[in-house]
Design a protein around this ligand. Structure first.
Ligand SMILES: [Zn+2]
Length: 47
């Protein structure tokens, strides 16, 4: 059975480089839903 398993513990916040939009998702979005810019994990330090 595959119900809508929603586990907030597995989600992270990602921030758009360009406009600063915050997206909470399980995996890093490929692009900002707002402007299409690159996303980065807010919990990760800069590399
Ligand atoms: Zn953006």
């Amino acid at each position: 059975m595959r119900d809508v398993e929603y586990d907030p513990r597995e989600e992270s916040a990602y921030e758009c480089f360009d406009c600063g939009t915050i997206v909470v998702a399980e995996s890093c979005p490929s692009a900002c839903p707002d402007c299409g810019g690159a996303m980065r994990n807010r919990l990760t330090t800069f590399e």
